[in-house]
Design a protein around this ligand. Structure first.
Ligand code: KIV
Ligand code: NA
Length: 268
């Protein structure tokens, strides 16, 4: 499993970092088998696997439950876990305690927090020994305020984001996720930092990419954001398989000889 200095080395070597979200044992197992560099137990699990309308409803209990399953499925892959909404915007002491608790309970390699307002929390968490991943640009926990759309589209907002990114690096963040921002801005942020940037909807001039498992495999998702490319179609494959099973049972074609225990326990 790679360490923080190795991620920095990959950036320096121009070797792209691959990341995908994982929420349970099978998705983690598949991702590890595919050679993914890192996994993100994203709070997007609220939508993708729990059917909530946003990430706002996700709790600490949800994150711990899913992260533990991911760790069991991918024991040898670097695992980042999201802090859920409402657990790091109160007083700094409580917020830091929550970060430490999530880190400790999930066996995560790093904890991710959204936005720039949590800067003091990131600083203290790093000093307490927790590797932190920052997340700027579109921050889904704030979509009630920002909407689900591209961020930092003006030069003023873009300059601010570069400053925010530098501030996150200065307090010790190990990695930075950049979501839904113009690619020229993402490139500038990437050039301005020593730590790697991982983009989602941030173009290719970043140090790595992250996508949501259920988007990239089209699994339970209806509509894909502009920045997603699907690499498989689990929706179609799943419904086809389930329909074939329904058909076979209705027509008494399943179970058959091969799927039946045939030992005779009654003398006729
Ligand atoms: O929860 C999530 O899936 C994320 C990614 C979009 C970066 O935070
Ligand atoms: Na998230």
């Amino acid at each position: 499993m790679k360490t923080t200095s190795e991620w920095n080395q990959m950036k320096q070597n121009g070797e792209k970092i691959t990341m995908v979200t994982a929420y349970d044992y099978p998705s983690a197992k598949q991702s590890e088998a595919a050679g993914m560099d890192m996994l993100l137990v994203g709070d997007s699990l609220g939508m993708t696997v729990l059917g909530y309308t946003s990430t706002v409803q996700v709790t600490m209990g949800d994150m711990i439950h899913h992260a533990k399953a991911v760790r069991r499925g991918a024991p040898d892959t670097y695992m980042v876990v999201d802090m859920p909404f409402g657990t790091y915007h109160g007083d700094v002491d409580t917020s830091v305690e929550n970060v430490l608790s999530l880190y400790q309970q999930t066996d995560a390699n790093a904890i991710k927090l959204e936005g720039i307002d949590c800067l003091p929390v990131v600083k203290r968490a790093v000093r307490a020994g927790v590797p932190v991943v920052a997340h700027l640009g579109l921050t889904p926990q704030s979509v009630g305020v920002t909407g689900f759309k591209m961020q930092a589209g003006t030069q003023e907002a873009a300059m601010q984001l570069i400053e925010d990114a530098k501030a996150m690096e200065a307090v010790g963040a190990s990695l930075l996720v950049l979501e839904a921002i113009p690619s020229d801005l993402a490139q500038r942020v990437t050039e301005a930092l020593t730590i790697p940037t991982i983009g989602i909807g941030a173009g290719r001039e970043v140090d790595g990419q992250v996508l949501v498992y259920h988007d990239l495999l089209q699994y339970g998702t209806d509509r894909l954001p502009k920045f997603v490319r699907a690499y498989a179609d689990f929706n179609t494959a799943g419904v086809e398989g389930l329909s074939a099973y329904v058909h076979a049972v209705k027509n008494a074609e399943f179970p058959d000889e091969a799927t039946t225990y045939k030992r005779k326990v009654f003398e006729e």
